[in-house]
Design a binder for this molecule. Structure first.
Ligand code: HEM
Length: 178
């Protein structure tokens, strides 16, 4: 446990100092109307580089993020019922872990879009209404902000992290709720 903690702290320090991985290999390859949606929220390759820089911190915190996420959802009886009749918290924790880490992969292309369209279909099929989906996303954002606040001491780095994260969260919601 001590070793793990030290590793976590090291990763967090790196994030605090520079969270723009200048050499990170990012992909922003989108055409058509979605390109206009990206332009409207000013999501650029630099944002994707910032997200890649944040990925180690997000990975270090992923267990806690996902467990709080489902704690919050299952506090609502209606949402717990949806989960239990279609899947299980344990199964969804695994898919969400992967999904959140992928938000910080620095890759937004046709595969990215198709995957989110599939998530939209799945959520529609189980009768999840947009208001609950948006509520869950806001909780996730609040968790991220609290993690950044704890680990990113430089204000400019913190601000850059918050902006990039809100942009990637926003474009995902635009696609899923379209
Ligand atoms: C499935 C993400 C909100 C219930 C999924 C999957 C992902 C995902 C990645 C897996 C899709 C696949 O198998 O390819 C998210 C995100 C959310 C969100 C990012 C918001 C931040 C919710 C909420 C509920 C929920 C609020 C509450 C009931 C489910 C269920 C499935 C699922 C039951 C599995 C359906 C099935 O396997 O048939 N979600 N979800 N999700 N989600 Fe969500």
């Amino acid at each position: 446990i001590m070793l793990l903690k030290r590793k976590k702290e090291r990763q967090a320090e790196t994030v605090g100092q520079t969270n723009l991985s200048k050499e990170a290999n990012v992909i922003l390859k989108i055409e058509g109307e979605l390109k206009k949606q990206l332009d409207m929220i000013h999501l650029t390759e630099d944002d994707l580089r910032v997200l890649v820089g944040l990925q180690p911190l997000v990975c270090a915190e992923i267990e806690s993020i996902v467990s709080r996420f489902y704690q919050n959802i299952t506090n609502q009886n209606n949402l717990l019922a949806i989960i239990e009749s279609n899947s299980s918290v344990e199964k969804l924790k695994q898919t969400l872990k992967r999904h959140i880490q992928e938000m910080f992969d620095g890759k937004v292309d046709i595969d990215y879009v198709e995957k989110r369209k599939r998530i939209a279909l799945i959520h529609a099929k189980i009768g999840l209404e947009p208001k609950w989906y948006m509520g869950a996303f806001q909780d996730l954002l609040q968790q991220m902000l609290s993690i950044f606040e704890q680990h990113i001491t430089d204000f400019t780095a913190y601000r850059t992290a918050v902006l990039a994260t809100t942009k990637i969260f926003n474009i995902e919601q635009q696609i899923v709720l379209d």
